[in-house]
Design a protein around this ligand. Structure first.
Ligand SMILES: Cc1cc2nc3c(=O)[nH]c(=O)nc-3n(C[C@H](O)[C@H](O)[C@H](O)COP(=O)(O)O)c2cc1C
Length: 170
């Protein structure tokens, strides 16, 4: 099954990217950097349909069965960039419903990247509940952090174990 890493950092080549790159090494999945896309906030009147969101969603539902979201922890939550992406998934339920239907049965997981090992409770809930709401299979969550700009060998091993457990092709 083909997979994609959807990266939601405010830095294209920051800490979360280091994690995305490690996941790519282990899975062979493509990386999509949301920061490089022009995706505007959700609009109740759907007057933003000419931005990059819908073409990106079409690409995702047509090409991939597994989606791994990688996001930094900003203020105890997913990044703003990633939250906008989730808000816009509403467009797939209201405007291009066929795209929303195609999400059903796909798998999604989330990898967070914070400043240290501590992650406050509640971080994971929006991902798990969104997967449930969209009829997607939720693979779970794994938390990461960097130590002097590097992913420690222990964390690498643990992340690899998580990926092997969740993704049959790893
Ligand atoms: C706006 C902002 C808010 C942050 N809030 C948190 C936080 O609540 N918890 C945490 O552990 N780290 C927090 N951090 C630290 C980042 O999660 C951490 O440095 C992460 O590795 C940054 O990844 P990036 O380089 O992809 O942005 C915050 C950083 C920024 C810039």
């Amino acid at each position: 099954m083909r997979g994609v890493i959807i990266q939601g950092s405010s830095r294209t080549e920051g800490n979360t990217h280091k994690i995305s790159t490690y996941i790519q090494e282990k899975t062979g999945f493509d990386i999509i950097d949301l920061k490089s896309k022009n995706i505007s906030h959700f609009d109740y009147e759907f007057k933003n349909q000419d931005d990059d969101f819908m073409p990106l969603m079409r690409e995702i539902v047509s090409n991939y069965d597994i989606i791994i979201f990688t996001t930094p922890v900003y203020w105890y939550s997913m990044s703003g960039i990633m939250k906008i992406f989730f808000d816009r998934i509403t467009d797939c339920l209201k405007v291009e419903k066929e795209i929303g239907r195609k999400l059903r049965g796909k798998s999604m997981g989330v990898i967070s990247c914070g400043s240290d090992s501590e992650l406050k409770k509640g971080f994971e809930m929006p991902f798990e509940e969104s997967a449930n709401y969209l009829g997607m299979h939720y693979l779970g969550h794994f938390h990461t952090w960097l130590d002097k700009e590097l992913i420690s060998e222990t964390l690498k091993e643990e992340l690899h174990t998580f990926l092997k457990k969740k993704i049959s092709s790893v």
